[in-house]
Design a protein around this ligand. Sequence first.
Ligand code: S3P
Length: 180
Amino acid sequence: MLQSHNPVDASWNGSPIVLVGLMGVGKSTVGRRLANRLRVPFVDADTAIEQAAGMSIPEIFEHYGEPYFRDGERRVIARLVDGRPKVIATGGGAFINDETRALILEQATAIWLNASPEVLAERVKRRDTRPLLRGKDPLKVLRELSAVRNPIYSLAPIHVSSKRGPHEATVNAILKAIGR
Ligand code: S3P
């Protein structure tokens, strides 16, 4: 069901673990469970952005636009990546931003959770609050985003692919990939 694409399983050095990958791959669910297993705090970057802005992500996009959201996202992630052991789930676009990606690659352990657009399209049906998908065909958008973003996500040193099935299997694959 799950594969780790890492040629060599590396031991985790205790730096913040940052989960990256497309919408619907399960970064928040997997991240929360991973943090529990590692007994470290879990932080959802999207939630932290909403708290900092005092409004929801759809509201930020609607009132201020995507560039404003991306700037807030960059600042919030820079604050969260503070050298302490924790698991951070990022929004799907965070690692695409050059500055955010450089910070994560330098100061954290980045893990790309990868799934096919078909699996992602099924999973995003559970929540209709994603501005990039509203009023669009999710499979089409996710195919386009995969083509553009997967080469960038692949810059993360650890790749874990998530197929259909329980998120716990993805958590186990990550633990194995980081030598836990
Ligand atoms: C986005 C993904 C979302 C959220 C925003 C933009 C993206 O997070 O940050 O809607 O650009 O892929 P999730 O990946 O948690 O859905």
